[in-house]
Design a protein around this ligand. Structure first.
Ligand code: UDP
Length: 269
């Protein structure tokens, strides 16, 4: 169902906006509807803006990668895309109201774009996948204008060509699927020249939308075990996830116990 002109949840005013910090990474406490309303306002305001979809792997990467940490800190919106973040926020006594996954966000944004006449560009993933994802979104929202699709590459030497391609397509929303941290760094590097109103790193979203990688069934997603399902389907992810998830959990627990030894202090993580 398309997002109606009046449908998005009320926009969250900057004064009422709640942000939390987990291990030095800021995350907005926004529901899916609020993210779409914020996105709508940012697009209407004109570019450039960046949205990041944070998960525990992002947080671990940010600890060791100052450029990535800076890109996350500078983002206009940071959503919690990862059940681990929801659990960590709850454990640290700063619960988030909801999780906003890249796939759902992309679907909802496509609805917003279709309603408003905003143009969407899909960059990244394996050759052909972005076009298949665009076709799937257009099947859901027939009015959706696809400004362009291209696989390309996150290598810096390809940036001048990609900037030309994207600038000529005049998108309002640019989705970049190069995986983290490359996609978010790509956006941070290129937005000053591109000035796209809203650019978002969306990870494996095109693979899911195109149907090339099946998503976990809804009950598995609801109990937060999508990562285990993905691991079973894509064993190549194993090392990456096993590297990030236990370290994330351990550091959150360590941070929580430090904060609890200082009862008067808000957990500064
Ligand atoms: N990808 C790409 N070029 C690269 C590296 C990755 O197009 O050089 C794409 C890959 O095909 C996939 C996405 O980036 O569609 C990464 O998905 P993943 O689920 O690994 O992202 P993350 O977990 O980092 O969000």
């Amino acid at each position: 169902m398309a997002v109606k002109q009046s449908a998005p949840s009320p926009q969250v005013s900057p004064a009422r906006r709640r942000r939390i910090t987990i291990l030095g990474v800021t995350i907005d406490d926004l529901t899916e509807g609020e993210v779409i309303a914020q996105a709508d306002a940012l697009i209407a305001a004109g570019g450039p803006h960046q949205l990041v979809t944070v998960n525990p792997e992002f947080v671990i990467e940010a600890q060791a990668n100052p450029t990535f940490r800076a890109a996350l800190a500078d983002a206009d919106i940071a959503t919690a895309d990862g059940f681990g973040l929801i659990l960590a926020a709850r454990y640290l006594g700063m619960p988030l109201r909801g999780r906003v996954t890249g796939v759902e966000l992309t679907r909802q944004l496509a609805g917003l774009c279709a309603d408003r006449g905003y143009r969407m560009f899909l960059l990244g993933a394996a050759p052909g996948v972005a076009a298949e994802a665009a076709a799937a979104l257009q099947a859901m929202y027939p009015g959706l204008i696809i400004a362009g699709t291209f696989a390309g590459s996150p290598q810096e030497r390809h940036e001048p060509f990609l900037r030309q391609l994207i600038a000529a397509a005049r998108p309002d929303v640019l989705l970049v699927a190069y995986g983290h941290p490359q996609q978010d760094l790509w956006i941070a590097r290129n937005q000053p020249a591109l000035q796209v109103p809203l650019a978002i790193g969306v990870g494996g979203t095109f693979d899911y939308l195109s149907g090339r990688v099946p998503r976990a069934p809804a009950p598995i997603r609801r109990i937060g075990l999508e990562w285990a399902y993905r691991l079973a389907r894509q064993p190549s992810r194993w090392r990456r996830i096993m590297n990030a998830v236990p370290r994330f959990a351990w550091r959150v627990i360590a941070q929580g116990s430090r904060a609890s030894r200082q009862p008067n202090r808000h957990p500064e993580v």
